[in-house]
Design a protein around this ligand. Structure first.
Ligand code: CAA
Length: 390
C-alpha cells in the first residue's frame, strides 16, 4: 500500500528580545564559566522581555509561514506549551487577531512537558493522512524558568518553532514507525501555583536517558531502522550536553563502540542554536532540527533520528527523511538574525525580569515597552491579556 508522504513543509523559529551570557551568571554564582560553556554546553540563554510571552514569540514564529503559504486549507492549529498564559483558553486563539488565522479551523493547546510539540506533529500527520488536502499549523513555544540561584538556573531559555505540516512536504518527511515510552515519574513538574519549575536534576538526566533508550527499543520492535542508517540524531536539548550524554548512553546500551568523534558527527550540527538560545522546552527538539538543517552539509535523502523527551514522562523515537530541494525552503538567514539581534542583559536587569510578577488585581496595567520583536503584550486589563502587532 502506498501512503501519501506527510511532514514538515516549512519551519520558522523566533526567540526573545533579550539574552544573558552564561559568563555573567557564572560570575554572579561564583563558578567557573566553563562549567556552563563546556560542562553543560551552554553559552547564552534567551530571556523574555516584560512585554513578551509564549503568545508573542509563537506569533513571531508563525507569521512568516502564513506570509509565505497563506492560510488556505489550514483547518487545525496545535500549539504545544508548558508555559501557557491561561488555564482555559488556548494560547493559539490569540494568534487569530495577531497573525490572521482562519476561522474555519480547530485551535487547541497541547501539554506534556517538552514532549508536547512532538504530540502535535504526530496528531497533525494523522489528520493529514485522513485528508491530504488539509494542512496543520503546529507551534511549539516555551519560556523555560527555574528559580534564581538554583542548579536549573543556567538551563533556562526561550523560543517558539512554527511548522506547517502537509502532504508532499518540501523539507522533511515523517517516517513510521514511532517508538514510544511513557512512565509516571516526578523528575520535573510545575504545580499551577508556581511560575518556576521544580526539578530533581540528577533524576531528570537519568530518566531522560532511560526513556530515550526505551523508546528506541520500542522503535526497533515496531520494525524501525538500524542505528547505523541515521545520518544525524536530533535530541531534545534542555542543555546541549544532554544530547551528547543521551547519545552515548544509547550507543553503549546497544553494544556499539563509542568514541567522541562518532558522537560529535551525529550531534554537533543539532546544537548550534540551542547552545545560545538555551532550553525552550517543547520547541527545543525542533530548534535542534532547524540548527541541523541550517548547518549540515547536504542532507538530501538522508534519514534523521528524532528523539523527543518530556519529563513526567513521555519519550518518542521516530525517523524522518530529508526531501530533495529542502535547502531552498530553509530560513537560515532569518534564524541567525533572530539569535544575533538579541540584546544582552547585565545581571541586575536579568534578575529584575526574572522576579517580575504578573498583575492579578484586574486593573489596567500597561506593560513596559521593551521588545523589538514584531508582537508584544501591551497591557493586562480586566484579567485580559492585550496584545499588539508593532
Ligand atoms: N569545566 C568544565 N566542566 C565542568 C566544570 C568546569 N570548570 N565544572 C563542572 N563541569 C561539568 C561537570 O563535570 C558536569 O559534567 P558531566 O555531566 O559530564 O559529569 C557538568 O559540568 C555539570 O556539572 P554538575 O553536574 O555539577 O551540575 P549541576 O548539578 O549544578 O547541574 C543539572 C546540572 C542537574 C543538569 C542542572 O542544570 C539542572 O537541574 N537542570 C535542569 C534539569 C534538566 O535540564 N534536566 C535534563 C533532563 S529533563 C528534560 O530534558 C526535560 C526538560 O527540558 C527540563
Amino acid at each position: 500500500m502506498t501512503t501519501t508522504p506527510v511532514g514538515i513543509h516549512d519551519l520558522s523559529f523566533a526567540t526573545t528580545h533579550y539574552a544573558l551570557d552564561h559568563a555573567v551568571l557564572a560570575e554572579r554564582l561564583g563558578v567557573d564559566r566553563d562549567k556552563f560553556y563546556l560542562g553543560i554546553g551552554q553559552e547564552k540563554m534567551s530571556v523574555a522581555a516584560a512585554d513578551e510571552d509564549i503568545v508573542t514569540i509563537a506569533a513571531a514564529a508563525a507569521a512568516p509561514i502564513l506570509e509565505r503559504h497563506g492560510t488556505d486549507n489550514i483547518r487545525t492549529v496545535l500549539l504545544a506549551t508548558e508555559t501557557g498564559v491561561d488555564q482555559s483558553k488556548a494560547a493559539a486563539l490569540y494568534l487569530h487577531s495577531l497573525v490572521g488565522l482562519p476561522n474555519a479551523a480547530r485551535v487547541v493547546e497541547l501539554k506534556q512537558a517538552c514532549y508536547g510539540g512532538t504530540a502535535g506533529l504526530q496528531f497533525a500527520a494523522g489528520l493529514i493522512a485522513r485528508d491530504p488536502a488539509q494542512r496543520v499549523l503546529v507551534i511549539a513555544a516555551d519560556i523555560a524558568k527555574y528559580e534564581l540561584d538554583s542548579p536549573g538556573e543556567p538551563t533556562q531559555g526561550a523560543a517558539a518553532v512554527a511548522m506547517l505540516i502537509s502532504a508532499d512536504p518540501a523539507i522533511l518527511r515523517l517516517d513510521t514507525p514511532s517508538g514510544l515510552y511513557s512512565a509516571d515519574i516526578m523528575d520535573f513538574w510545575r504545580p499551577n501555583y508556581r511560575t518556576a519549575a521544580i526539578v530533581d536534576g540528577k533524576t531528570s538526566v537519568n530518566a531522560y536517558q532511560k526513556a530515550a533508550q526505551e523508546a528506541w527499543s520500542d522503535y526497533r520492535r515496531q520494525g524501525g531502522r538500524d542505528l547505523s542508517e541515521f545520518a544525524a540524531f536530533c535530541y531534545h536539548q534542555p542543555f546541549t550536553k544532554m544530547a551528547y550524554k543521551a547519545h552515548r548512553h544509547l550507543l553503549e546500551s546497544q553494544g556499539h563502540s563509542v568514541d567522541a568523534a562518532r558522537i560529535a558527527a551525529a550531534i554537533d550540527d543539532t546544537t548550534t542554536y540551542n547552545r545560545t538560545v538555551g532550553n525552550s522546552y517543547t520547541a527545543s527538539l525542533y530548534l535542534g532540527l532547524a540548527s541541523l538543517l541550517d548547518h549540515a552539509d547536504d542532507l538530501t535523502g538522508k534519514a534523521l533520528a528524532m528523539i523527543s523527551y518530556g519529563s513526567g514522562s513521555v519519550a518518542e523515537f521516530f525517523g524522518a527523511t530529508v526531501q530533495p530541494g529542502y535547502r531552498e525552503h530553509l530560513r537560515t538567514e532569518a534564524n541567525r538574525a533572530a539569535i544575533e539581534s538579541r540584546e544582552l542583559l547585565d545581571y541586575d536587569r536579568y534578575r529584575e525580569l526574572h522576579e517580575a510578577v504578573s498583575p492579578t488585581d484586574g486593573r489596567y496595567h500597561a506593560t513596559a515597552e521593551q521588545t523589538g520583536r514584531p508582537f508584544r503584550l501591551s497591557a493586562v486589563s480586566g484579567h485580559k491579556r492585550i496584545y499588539e502587532a508593532r
